[in-house]
Each structure stands twice: as structure tokens, then as C-alpha cells.
Design a protein around this ligand. Sequence first.
Ligand code: NAP
Length: 338
Amino acid sequence: MNVRVGVIGVGMIGQDHIRRITQVLTGGSVTAVNDVDAARAGQVAAGLPGAHIHDTAAALVADDNVDAILVASWGPAHEEQVLAAIAAGKPVFCEKPLAPSSAACQRIMDAETAAGRRLTQVGFMRRYDAGYRAMKAALDDGTLGPPLLMHCAHRNPSVPPYFTTEMSISDSAVHEIDIARWLFGEEITAATVLSPRRSGQAPDGVRDPLILILEMAGGALVDDELFVNARYGYDVRGEVVCETGTVALADTSEVTVRTANRHGGRVPVDWRDRFIRAYDTELQEWLDAVAAGTSTGPGTWDGYAAAAVTDAALEALRTGQRTAVTMPERPDFYAKAP
Ligand code: NAP
């Protein structure tokens, strides 16, 4: 089956997803686009023979030539657009965040539960990264023993002028929040944020770096260094310490050069460079699941849980206090796959 995708929001990542659907992946085509910037929608559609440009997201969702929706607009618009897709009974891939607050994610959960079918996938692409997948396989294998700690680092070379300290949590740490839940197979129960000496490279008003500490339901601790002005490159690290061994993400450099008593490799330029294959795998598996009428990736519950932990971490950032995560038990409708 060819999945005909309608894309809402054709900015940076929307265009990148269109490129992969049309040039890299199999089983999908882009048949409609919408963007609040009509000129941008027109430019993008010009490269997509036969694609319709819709004035509104609602019209795109209703288009009979659209089987599934890809939401890549900005976060505050996601809730309305995902709800429209659910109301139409169409599968929807929504870039993170599912919605900007746990209350908004709850409304999506309510609508999806009422619809009686899991239709939503959230863009937590790290679950599709070969390194994280190998790490999860090593943990699930059990030979390392129970996990006790995870050390993470999330370093960006620099950030745009609109970046705020809060975005280190809501835009950066949200990826470690999801990956920790997925790797440990547990929810996060509390968050604390520590603020070390501020880098002189940080823009005025931005506290950078930060340390986020997450408490897992089983008692393990996850520390996450968030450093968004690290200058030297984009560097994502992860190591899980278990009772009888550890598992860490390997260096992503393709080669190591040794010369003149030194050795060195490449550090990724940015997140696209580091995770390009993960995005490809993520969208290919989504297209395959849509074609098969199933749902396999991180869903509405995962988007909700990430938002609930983000809410707690932002509160911890504001107050300097350890903050418990407030969320209900995972509903049966979102029970994990056996
Ligand atoms: P972007 O370049 O600003 O693109 C967003 C596009 O959506 C813009 O063209 C914007 O138009 C348009 N838009 C805004 N509100 C809309 C609405 N109500 N209906 C339709 N279109 C709307 O942003 P981006 O970097 O691509 O990010 C898009 C989303 O992807 C964000 O939620 C972001 O967090 C997420 N993202 C995820 C990852 C990841 O690692 N998974 C990476 C990057 C981004 P205007 O410019 O006119 O506002």
C-alpha cells in the first residue's frame, strides 16, 4: 500500500520529513501540505507534483487523498491538529511535543480512547537510533543485571537567540526523559534541576549548563547534563550502570585517525547529522505500521508522560526543589505491547 501523507507545517523538520518520504523511504507519498505561511506551503508544494495546498489544517485532514497526517507545525498548534486527525479516524505522526502541557496531552488521550483505536505516534526518534536500540537490547537481555544509574549528556554547539533556559528542559531534556522511560521500562517519579557555574559562552539570561536528575519508579537515578553552548559540536552521550556491567553509546565517528602521537574522530555538527538514520527508520516504521493498520511507535501515553515529567522539571528549575511528577497510572488502553 502507498500511504498518502498530508503534512501540516512545512518548516525545517516538515520539509526534511517530506524529503525522506519522497526520496529515501518506500511506501509513502506526500499528497497535501498546509502551513500558516501560505507562501512557504506554495514553495514546498511546487516540488511535489500533484500535491494539494490547503488553507487550513482542518481541510487537509478532511482531504480524501490523505490517508495519514504528519504534524510538524509549532508545538502550541499540535493539540488541535492531532485532535482533528483522531476525529477523522486517520493515523497521525506528531513531532514532539505532542502538546505543550500534560493537560493538553490528556485531552488527546481522552479523544483517542473514545475513538477506541491508537492513531497517534509522537516523534521521539531516539528510540529508532541504532545505538539506543543496542543499549536497550543489552539491558533487556538481563546479563548486566538490574540498572542502577544512567549518565546522559546532551550538548549543542550553540542555540538561536530566542532560546530560553526553560527550553533546555522542554526542547532538549525531553529526549532523555523519553529515552530513560523507554530504556528502563518504568515511569519517572521526580525531577531535580541543579545549576552549576554558568558558562561565559551562554547568552545573557540563559542558565547553561544545567544538570537534571530524574528518579525512576524502580529507584534508579538518571543524571542529564544539558549544555546548549558547548561550542565544539553536537554530542549526545549515554551510559547505563548496572549491577554487573555497563552499557554506553559508542563514539559515532565513522573512523578514528591516528597520527603524530594523537588520535581523533568526528563530532556531529548538529542533531540532524547525529540522528539522520534514526529519523529515516522512525518514519519508515510509521509508514509500514499505517499500511498494516497497526500502531508500533511511541504513542499518546508517551507524549503525555514526557509532558508530565517536563512540567515537574520546569517547576524544579523555577523553585530549585525536588519536584514529584504528577500523573495517573498508565491506562489499560495504553498497556505496553506484550
Ligand atoms: P519551524 O521551522 O518553525 O517550522 C514550523 C512550521 O509550521 C513553520 O512553517 C510555521 O509557520 C508552521 N506553523 C506554525 N503554526 C502552524 C499552524 N497552526 N498550522 C500550520 N502550520 C503552522 O519549526 P521546526 O524546527 O520544523 O519544528 C516543528 C516541530 O518539530 C516542533 O514541534 C519541534 O519541536 C519539532 N522538532 C522535533 C525534532 C526532533 O528531534 N524530533 C527536531 C526539530 C523539531 P511560521 O514560520 O509562519 O510560524
